[in-house]
Design a protein around this ligand. Structure first.
Ligand code: FES
Length: 349
């Protein structure tokens, strides 16, 4: 097995990467925090530029690379494996560097239905353990055979000792089917986290924020908003939340309470399923279209968005075309992953 050295351009930092791991895996293993979200090559948040050396993609094609990206040296760090020593141009994420990533058991303290296809889980953490995280980050639930399933944390870090997850049912059984139909309260799950680099930036001058969620992409935004409110942050915040039907916007009473109590918060919902013939409360169409309907020019905003890759991809391109700075566009992109066996998950007791 060969090991290569990766140097980050413009910094003193370097790390080693084996030829059987990705650049991101090597970096995280040594506490070097690079931007990432999906870890499966679809979202593009881990893009970096290879200034010297070469990489290849033995596991999955680099789906999120666009035509012309490879020619200018851009690489997907969550998929790229080194073929030589490298010099990389990439932003290091300082804020999460010192937060330990833990593997913990957690007990299901509450399971309740938020919508027909979304369940809220409250997981109690072991008494002696504290899960430090930044609002917006996610955890992996560890499953048999080394599989894992990612869920954003929906509660704010101030809620110590427990975390809230919003789990959307994925058709075809597997983990989410088990959660919906079989999992008993007090079941024990194993989790790893916190993960990801999706969190609110606080650099000065503070800019107004647009937050945009699709479906259960609301979860990390809820954590962020609760955290901002807890810290008295009053920069203007416009939340957009979209789903196929009105029923899938499952916690609007909470949002209405934020809007009623805080002048700096605005809310717009978006429902895309035009077959729904009842009068629409919010915007009729996709949620990123609702954002552009309200803001033709995004040059002065920070944008935070969370949802499935197709939504993030469409929004990313459209927002940049409307003036959004790429370095002020932060996103968390998640697939509703394929089903996995659950037969040897920890049993309820
Ligand atoms: Fe690498 Fe999403 S494409 S983290």
């Amino acid at each position: 097995m060969a090991t290569f050295t990766v140097k980050i351009a413009g910094s003193e930092r370097s790390f080693s990467v084996r030829d059987d791991e990705t650049l991101l895996e090597g970096a995280l293993r040594q506490g070097v925090m690079l931007p990432y979200s999906c870890k499966n090559g679809t979202c593009g948040s881990c893009k970096g530029t290879v200034l010297s050396g070469s990489v290849n993609y033995p596991h999955h094609p680099a789906q999120a690379l666009e035509p012309g990206d490879a020619e200018v040296g851009l690489a997907l760090l969550c998929q790229a494996v080194p073929c030589s020593d490298l010099v990389l141009e990439v932003r290091e994420i300082e804020a999460v560097r010192d937060i330990p990533v833990l593997k913990l058991p957690a007990r299901v303290a509450e399971k309740s239905l938020l919508a027909d296809n979304v369940v809220k889980l409250v997981l109690k953490l072991p008494r002696a353990q504290r899960l430090q995280f930044l609002a917006g980050q996610y955890i992996d639930i560890l499953l048999p055979e080394g599989k894992r399933r990612a869920f954003s944390i929906a509660s704010s870090p101030a809620r110590e000792g427990e975390i809230e997850l919003h789990v959307r049912h994925v058709e075809g059984g597997g983990f989410t089917g088990w959660v919906f139909h079989e999992m008993e309260p007090r079941a024990i799950l194993r989790l790893e986290g916190p993960l990801g680099t999706f969190f609110v930036r606080h650099d000065e001058p503070k800019r107004p924020m647009i937050m945009m969620g699709g479906g259960t992409g609301f979860a990390p935004l809820k954590s962020m908003i609760e955290d901002l409110l807890a810290h008295g942050d009053t920069r203007p915040l416009h939340l957009f939340w979209g789903a196929r039907t009105q029923e899938e916007l499952y916690q609007e009473d909470l949002i209405e309470q934020w809007v009623a109590e805080h002048d700096h918060i605005t809310y717009t919902s978006a429902v895309s399923d035009q077959c729904d013939e009842r009068p629409q409360k919010g915007f009729a169409g996709f949620v990123h279209e609702a954002v552009l309907h309200a803001y033709d020019d995004l040059t002065t905003h920070d944008v935070y968005m969370s949802g499935p890759p197709a939504m993030i991809d469409a929004a990313r391109h459209a927002f940049v075309e409307h003036g959004c700075r790429e370095d002020r566009l932060f996103y968390d992109s998640f697939e509703f992953g394929s089903d996995v066996p659950v037969s040897i998950l920890a049993k309820p007791h």
